[in-house]
Design a protein around this ligand. Structure first.
Ligand code: GCB
Length: 883
């Protein structure tokens, strides 16, 4: 034994394997960027100025967080680099771009090497014959994020422009595993037959020889376990013609494989090495992950992994983070997947585009199943070019992420016809439907040809049109994006919709590809209402959906929309430019409702969370007595006890992972303690609420500070997150107190308060998005003294911009085009604002504030409104005692 060991040692020192293999280096530094909308290389090359040094990943669209008209245009990147002749000898040199949004022209030393269309997958360029070894090389990349032939054509997310993922410089021997097969690893691992006893493994790929001589090589394919031990191997020699390629396919077997699953994501790896014929020189080597698992889907019984039923429960993931946009580091991508895993999900929908390799690798390692899709969203263009771009996006996604065991389904369309009704004339609709269907059939065919082992899917918006035109007949799984109780109807119509769908199409596996509601932590309500953006409505919505999904075995799974509050520059609503349906804020702090998901999904750890993080600082209306607020606890324990300021309230059974206590809150700090028992051990959580009391009977308030702000026309508390001032929900006037007299809440449609249009000139957008219309008066009964009264207005009915920039057009009230309101305002019977029109003064949908100092002598401050044209209205009112 000793002798053999010594012999091996001698041999290996005498004949070491020389590594002439590939070197992969980052190529992210030393770049320059110019926001130059000129497509002409020569012109741009001449520009000395306007270049800014940047490090990749980079995007030029930080502006998307503050304006809907973010920069969608061309830009240039350039970088100088050197290579020497020795470095290049017997080598091939490639550049790999992991993601450039959306169109990239790559020039080296003045020559166009490639054009890549599509912002969410990688591409590789062979630069071997183009690099100079005698002088510096100049690499220039022209990038454009505005294009009407590259998907997506539309969508509720920002198309951040830039080289926003890593760039790599890869040097390889002349003989190597293909690096230019749609920027994939060049290796494809399949499991044509797999069970607990045995896995048949097929490894195929392409080897290339860029030499002028024919090459005879040794190809070694090994399966390694997590300890790096070889557990299956195939060794053979291959001949590759001069400047030729060789496609190989090896079969291996694994007995009693360790299976991959969310609970136990065991990863083998497949190592493919290419050596010279004597096995002494390593020409190339690459490793890809291998997870041994199988899965199926059934319209009645749902999804099965390794033969066991598994409800797919998770969230959709957009990727941006302020202020970096989508130029995230690998660590940030991995952090996101870890957060999802911590929340307890077993499934993530990477919506609406292929994501960074770091994401897929993390999913493999963490045991998270993946739906990945291409960005064909909302609208499909007629013509071959769009079709070709969508097809190559699909092929790139599949080939690049083929070996990730986490991926179980590929998607290729999201709400594909939603925009047609707005953009296309009725008589042309059928043509567009036909075009969409033809593209879907073509993509389905491409998908199955590229990958017969994965499931195909697509997501529809909650409209029967997909059934009518037959789009929902094409994929293996039908995804429905359902927002009953948010955009439409009520929660219960979700049940009706899915039950009816299943009844009509009992053979179609159905997944809830989106469900979600928006929330803004500045808005809190004790009386939450549909679409009010309060944190409470989002909680109610999600608390309805999860059990409704869970109790229907035919629902294969569901992905909440969205894991984070994400950038959507064109969106307005409470937090303009942000879609706020996240379970986490954009900076990845959890919202309270994150813990509902955690309590619902995790069985392995005790979850106990007092849901007050989103609303820690409260203003309550009280003349000194304690005020009861509902406090919710999210938990997966059976029972929880809650106490406040040392007083036990009660023990409650937890249903649907939560219970609510009416908690008496006093001024100042209120310490809440929740406790329960898990497997015989005590679990406890402590949280504080800080309370400021706003006297109800302000008439009885003596001297001292008096400041009272009201969110007129709204059921929500609105807290200005910069000053901490809380604008209280509106109320009707009662003697001794305050409130509105007359009028009604402004609704944009039945059941929906306020507007979702952006209101300019204010940080406090939601405060201005709601109002009371036809109001007669607002009255405060208060002690005599000197006050400042402030009124907030935004005319939500007037036409917006034009008024501001073209005052002449509306400066007279007689202008027929003018749709704004005009009214008179008086305070304690003294005229104040005469023929006042917010729309004329600042424009529609803009905030205007008016302040007046008033000496109150009769025990009340009453603001009266009288319409001249249109209606009276008021969005916010505040009084402040000066003396
Ligand atoms: C959808 C879309 C998604 C939107 C979402 C929403 O159905 O697929 O892209 O962001 O609704 O929040 O409205």
């Amino acid at each position: 034994m000793k002798k053999i060991f010594l012999l091996i040692l001698c041999l290996s020192t005498m004949y070491p394997v020389v590594n002439a293999g590939r070197v992969v280096q980052s190529f992210n530094d030393g770049w320059y960027y110019a926001a130059c909308d000129d497509n002409r290389l020569q012109e741009v090359q001449r520009h000395e100025e306007g270049w800014q040094q940047v490090h990749l990943p980079h995007t030029w669209n930080a502006d998307a967080y503050s304006t809907r008209n973010y920069r969608r245009a061309s830009s240039w990147y350039k970088k100088e680099f050197r290579t020497d002749a020795a470095q290049m000898r017997d080598k091939q040199l490639y550049l790999k771009f992991d993601g450039v949004n959306s169109l990239a022209d790559v020039y080296l030393n003045g020559e166009l090497l490639t054009t890549h269309k599509g912002g969410y997958s990688a591409f590789t360029v062979d630069i071997t014959d183009k690099v100079r070894t005698d002088a510096p090389n100049l690499l220039m990349v022209h990038v454009n994020n505005q294009n009407d032939r590259i998907p997506p054509l539309s969508g509720d997310f920002t198309i951040f422009g830039g080289i926003y993922r890593n760039v790599w410089l890869i040097s390889a021997a002349k003989q190597h595993i293909s690096l230019t097969d749609y920027a994939s690893t060049g290796i494809y691992v399949d499991l044509p037959s797999v069970s607990e006893d045995r896995a048949e493994i097929s490894v195929r790929g392409t080897l290339v020889n860029r030499d002028v001589r024919r090459a005879v090589l040794k190809l070694d394919v090994e399966v390694l376990d997590t300890d790096g031990k070889t557990v299956a191997q195939s060794l053979r020699s291959v001949r590759i013609d001069a400047d030729g390629a060789f496609a190989f396919k090896e079969r291996l077997q694994l007995e009693k494989p360790q299976l991959w699953s969310p609970d136990s994501p065991y990863l083998y790896s497949v190592k493919v090495s290419l050596k010279d014929v004597r096995g002494k020189v390593l020409k190339d080597e690459t490793r890809v992950p291998l997870g041994v698992r199988w899965f199926s889907v059934d319209a009645q019984e749902g999804f099965k992994l390794n033969g066991e039923p598994l409800k797919l429960m998770g969230a959709c993931r957009h990727q941006d983070q302020m202020p970096m946009g989508i130029a995230l580091s690998d660590e940030m991508h991995r952090r996101d997947m870890q957060l999802l895993k911590d929340m307890g999900v077993n499934f993530v929908r990477l919506a609406h585009y292929p994501q960074d390799d770091a994401v897929l690798r993390a999913c493999d390692e963490l045991g998270m199943l993946v739906w990945e899709e291409i960005p064909v969203v909302d609208l499909i263009a007629l013509g071959d070019e769009f079709r070709a771009n969508a097809t190559s996006a699909l092929r790139e996604m599949i080939r690049q992420h083929y070996n990730h065991p986490s991926v179980i389904m590929w998607g290729y369309m999201n709400e594909a016809v939603i925009q047609l009704q707005y953009r296309v004339k009725k008589q042309r609709l059928n043509g567009f439907y036909e075009n969409t269907l033809a593209l879907a059939r073509h993509l389905e065919e491409t998908l199955k040809r590229e990958d017969p082992y994965r499931l195909s899917t697509m997501a529809y918006h909650g409209n029967q049109i997909y059934n009518k035109i037959g789009l929902s007949n094409i994929t293996d799984i039908s995804g429905w994006n359902l927002y009953q109780g948010w955009y439409e109807n009520d929660f219960k119509s979700f049940d009706r919709f899915v039950d009816e769908e299943h009844r009509k199409y009992p053979h179609r596996p159905l997944i809830i590809s989106e469900f979600g509601a928006g929330s803004d932590p500045r808005l809190q309500s004790l009386d939450p209402q549909i679409f009010d953006f309060s944190m409470q409505w989002q909680q109610l919505y999600l608390e309805y959906y999860l059990p409704a999904i869970m109790k229907r075995p035919f629902i294969v799974g569901a992905t909440e929309w969205n894991f984070i509050d994400f950038s959507s520059a064109s969106r307005q609503e409470a937090t303009p430019h942000i879609n706020n349906k996240g379970l986490m804020y954009n900076d990845r702090r959890p919202k309270d409702v994150f813990y509902y998901f955690q309590a619902f999904l995790r069985k392995d750890i005790p979850v106990l969370h007092i849901a007050v993080d989103d609303w820690k600082h409260r203003t309550v209306v009280s003349d000194g007595e304690a005020v009861e607020h509902p406090v919710k606890v999210y938990s997966n324990l059976d029972k929880v006890e809650l106490s406040v300021n040392g007083t036990k309230l009660s023990v409650q059974g937890i249903e649907n992972c939560h219970a609510v206590w009416q908690v008496p809150l006093v001024a100042g700090r209120n310490t809440l303690v929740a406790s329960g028992i898990c497997h015989g051990k005590k679990v406890e959580q402590v949280s504080d609420i800080f309370v400021k009391m706003q006297p109800r009977h302000i008439a009885a308030v003596g001297s001292g500070q008096l400041e009272l702000a009201v969110n007129v026309g709204s059921n929500c508390f609105f807290t200005d997150d910069k000053s901490d001032l809380c604008w209280l929900p509106d109320q009707a006037y009662t003697p001794g107190s305050w409130g509105y007299i007359g009028g009604e809440i402004f609704r944009r449609s039945p059941g929906r308060i306020g507007t979702t249009a952006e209101v300019k000139d204010t940080r406090n957008v939601p405060l201005l998005q709601t109002k009371r219309k036809d109001i007669r008066a607002y009255r405060f009964d208060l002690p005599d003294g000197d006050y400042e009264v402030e009124l907030l207005f935004a005319d939500l009915n007037a036409r917006s911009e034009r008024v501001t920039y073209d005052l002449g057009a509306v400066a007279t009230l007689d202008n027929a085009d003018f749709r704004g309101s005009v009214f008179n305002v008086s305070v304690n019977n003294r005229p104040w604002l005469n023929h006042f029109s917010p729309a004329i003064e600042v424009g529609g949908n803009r905030c205007i504030s008016k302040k007046l100092h008033v000496a109150v002598t009769g025990g009340n401050l009453t603001v009266n409104f009288e319409a001249v044209k249109g209606m009276t209205f008021l969005n916010g009112i505040k009084i402040f005692r000066i003396h």
